[in-house]
Design a binder for this molecule. Structure first.
Ligand code: 5GP
Ligand code: MN
Length: 338
């Protein structure tokens, strides 16, 4: 049966289904909040749902209901493949191109299962049968709330679902301060609070969960590893493999670091280059009109949103930084006006 409209999807979901939920490589708060929020909702309305992540996600998200049943495809490929093979429907959340789930992407494409994409990143690839896609949405979690509302299911939202969705909206909006935050975002959040989401608790669990070494790594990066290019209103951090090891790096420890560069007066473009697992991971953030999605696509085989994007390179950290410094001047005019 083809599931190319919300109507056909909701008919399909009238019977109990085996459903797999996938999210992007290196899942963040929005990825996990939307996946586990939807997972809990689908279970509540009688489906057999499973969440598969391509790789690990940070410990400060492990409190979410359903975390312990999440299948990590990097650690347990057989279980991930078996669940995908058995699935009648696949949800793809917070990503819009199968390359964002790395090697799982090809396996998923080969299965030819009905797919639903719920996402808010620009330029979606047309791989899904049904898409709930809105670049103006603050987060995929906000779109999951919208999806649940379309299913007439908001009365099924309990405190667990509400806290998953709250966490994703909170992290993707920088605690409700990025321009992507709308009146609708606050309405959704108000409803999540009325369903039992404890906002202070969620903030504490996500933001007040530092190890000592994480805080020291932040201090080190701020004092020793920040380069400012005032003429281009740009600032960036770098961290080598050795520095990660020295501070006992754990996944998620540098989450948010790049934003500190953007807090410097006059800086509108921030970057973070991090050497890990034989690659250099790039994070880009901007203020105003400077489009880091386009910058990441053009220079670092990445993508994302206008004000938050990422990419990666197989080159050395030194060469990546050289390249960055060489291309930034090409954007001088845009950076001046951002
Ligand atoms: P972060 O810097 O937090 O890793 O990523 C910021 C944003 O850019 C997120 O919305 C994420 O989905 C997107 N992003 C990060 N890395 C990549 C990448 O390699 N490719 C694409 N297309 N998007 C990315
Ligand atoms: Mn997101």
């Amino acid at each position: 049966m083809s599931i190319n409209s919300f109507e056909s999807l909701s008919v399909f979901l009238k019977e109990k289904r085996r459903i797999v939920i996938l999210t992007h490589w290196s899942p963040d708060g929005d990825a996990m909040g939307s996946s586990l929020g939807l997972d809990n909702f689908l279970k509540k309305i009688g489906h057999d749902a499973k969440v598969i992540v391509p790789n690990d996600y940070p410990e400060f998200l492990w409190w979410m209901q359903g975390h312990s049943a999440v299948i990590n495809a990097e650690k347990n490929k057989e279980a991930a493949h078996a669940a995908i093979t058995a699935a009648e429907l696949i949800f793809c959340l917070d990503f819009n191109d199968l390359s964002r789930i790395n090697s799982l992407g090809q396996f998923v494409a080969e299965q030819k299962k009905p797919m639903v994409m719920i996402d808010h990143h620009p330029s979606p690839s047309p791989f899904a049968d049904y898409m709930l896609h809105d670049v103006a949405a603050s987060s995929t979690c906000e779109l999951i709330y919208r999806f649940i509302a379309m299913m007439n299911g908001t009365d099924k939202i309990d405190a667990d679902i509400a806290e998953c969705l709250y966490a994703g909206i909170m992290t993707d909006t920088g605690s409700f301060r990025f321009p992507s935050t709308t009146v609708e975002t606050h309405r959704v959040v108000a409803d999540l609070m009325s369903k039992g989401a404890q906002h202070s608790l969620v903030h504490n669990r996500v933001y007040d969960d530092n190890s000592e070494s994480r805080l020291r790594l932040l201090g080190y990066a701020l004092s020793e590893k920040l380069t400012v290019l005032p003429e281009f209103r740009t600032a960036f951090f770098t961290l080598t493999n050795e520095e990660h090891d020295r501070f006992n790096y754990k996944k998620g420890d540098t989450e948010g670091l790049v934003n500190y560069a953007l807090t410097i007066r006059g800086i509108v473009f921030a970057a973070f280059f991090s050497e890990r697992d034989g690659k250099v991971k790039c994070s880009f953030r901007s203020k105003g009109s400077f489009d880091v999605n386009l910058f990441a696509r053009a220079n670092f085989s990445g993508g994302g949103h206008r004000n938050a994007a990422g990419g990666a390179s197989d080159d050395t950290l030194e060469n990546v930084v050289k390249k960055f410094k060489a291309v930034v001047p090409d954007y001088a005019e845009q950076l001046k006006n951002s």
